[in-house]
Design a protein around this ligand. Structure first.
Ligand SMILES: CC(C)(COP(=O)(O)OP(=O)(O)OC[C@H]1O[C@@H](n2cnc3c(N)ncnc32)[C@H](O)[C@@H]1OP(=O)(O)O)[C@@H](O)C(=O)NCCC(=O)NCCS
Length: 156
């Protein structure tokens, strides 16, 4: 059974594993704990497959803006639509609580992620040169100015 739900403290060890298998600059276990338990702006989501953690996402709602902080799918669960569905669900939920627009930064070389964002209605609006400290890679800044324009809003 596939479920998209909010992240709990119990999920964090598996979330950290997904993060480490997906990024060169993974977050610490403590930072995920902070997001789940203390950061009032944070909305943390997971996708599970038969209770196994497949994807994770952290989104911040700041005033009327939803900011995607991180998103990843465990390598063995990729390409099954989990990232896209979870992203849409988290944005619909942010919209329901008053977010009007969304933004994110993504590594210039992460073209797969950029395609997913474009597919659901984000557009590239700029670049932050040398944004990532591990390799000096640029960040691509993407926004969705009107969350009403979210595509695939019918995804459950
Ligand atoms: C980017 C990432 C989150 C996508 O997760 P995912 O669950 O595999 O994504 P989805 O299955 O929802 O993919 C949706 C669409 O993206 C595209 N896509 C996903 N993986 C792809 C790949 N390896 N090659 C080409 N297109 C791909 C496809 O269009 C896919 O739809 P389709 O399978 O119907 O063709 C995952 O690859 C990942 O964790 N990467 C490492 C971390 C990362 O880059 N995070 C984003 C940084 S902001």
């Amino acid at each position: 059974m596939i479920e998209i739900r909010r992240m709990t403290v119990e999920d964090i060890p598996a979330v950290v594993e997904i993060d480490r298998s997906s990024f060169t600059l993974p977050w610490t276990e403590r930072s995920f704990k902070y997001e789940v338990t203390e950061n009032s702006a944070s909305r943390c989501w997971v996708t599970t497959v038969d209770r196994q953690l497949a994807s994770m996402l952290v989104l911040w709602v700041i005033v009327d803006e939803a900011h995607i902080a991180t998103i990843a799918t465990h390598p063995k669960f990729r390409r099954r639509g989990f990232a896209k569905k979870m992203l849409v669900k988290s944005l619909v939920s942010a919209r329901e609580e008053g977010a009007k627009k969304a933004l994110l930064e993504v590594r210039a070389r992460h073209v797969i992620a950029q395609k997913i964002y474009c597919d659901i209605g984000f557009i590239e609006v700029g670049r932050r040169p040398m944004y990532y400290r591990d390799n000096g890679e640029d960040a691509v800044l993407m926004t969705m100015e009107n969350l009403e324009g979210l595509k695939f809003a019918e995804v459950e």
